[in-house]
Design a protein around this ligand. Sequence first.
Ligand code: AQP
Length: 326
Amino acid sequence: MSRIFSGIQPSGDLHIGNYLGAVKNWAQLQHRHESIICIVNLHAITVPYEPRELSSRTWEMAVSLLAAGLDPEHCTVFVQSMVPQHTELSWIFNTITPLGELERQTQFKEKAQRQESVMAGLLNYPVLQAADILLYRADLVPVGEDQVQHLELSREVARKWNARFSPQQDYFPEPKPLLTVTRRIMGLDGQTKMSKSMGNTIGLLEEPAAIWEKLRPAMTDPKRVRRTDPGTPEVCNIYQLHKAFSAPATVEHVAKQCSTAGWGCIDCKKVLLESMTGEMGPIRDRALELRARPGRVEEILQGGAEHCRLLAQETMRQVKEKMGLP
Ligand code: AQP
């Protein structure tokens, strides 16, 4: 059975982009692969943050992931800072990662632009990510499209380290990305990737009324100005969400109504809200149940960290032995 590793930052509420691009896939893959899912709080501190907020967001992220279908019977869920070997391996990888590669990373350039002063941690973010994945010698990494460049760097780190310290037999596998069909969900502005830090999201656990408040003014086909103008579904962000949440027959109907101006955008959004509520309602209910049982959530995270520490210790033992580190 191949091993999967993936992570998510507790930098805000889990949104439908995270869910469709990654988390929904994790919930399915856990039945076919040994799965390790990490709440990467050490990545979340690479930009300014509030300690108390980070702590509650970490816990809420655990609740959201479990509610979205991660099952501790089938996968390991844990918090990154509870397994210190992530930072230990990250330091080692820093010593073999070219600075130029890090400076070229699109996410670094985008996030750095938004900061008054840029810290070294933000630059080294993908090195910590390489350590996260390779610590468990994972073969597959289910992520959204935005993470593919980082993953290429993880592959390069694995290649370099193997060539230098384990030339006879590759110790680290080169992890491959696993993308979903909805590999990139755009924000409600229809302009940029849906992103926790951009405020253009719909939270996975939001109430229908709150979702509607966001959906109603959300960007649609920019060329459709009047209600009587026929629309072009393929360029409409709302249609993309229909493809993710609505049944195939509904998607077909929506496309027809839009392209013949049978429906206005509000009609189309109302149907989308129904589809979203159908899928997200049960997740919200499970989250409520889990919030009422904080001890159970804590137990799952502790158990996950314990399991991962054992795996991580063994990797670090072998890594240090090969590198001449006592
Ligand atoms: N818009 C998206 N469409 C598809 N997949 C997405 N992912 C994130 N946004 C989208 C995928 O979700 C997983 C977890 O992401 P993350 O929290 O670790 O980092 P991120 O990609 O930086 O997510 P955000 O929401 O954009 O957070 P901030 O604003 O804090 O940086 C990843 O697999 C990612 O691909």
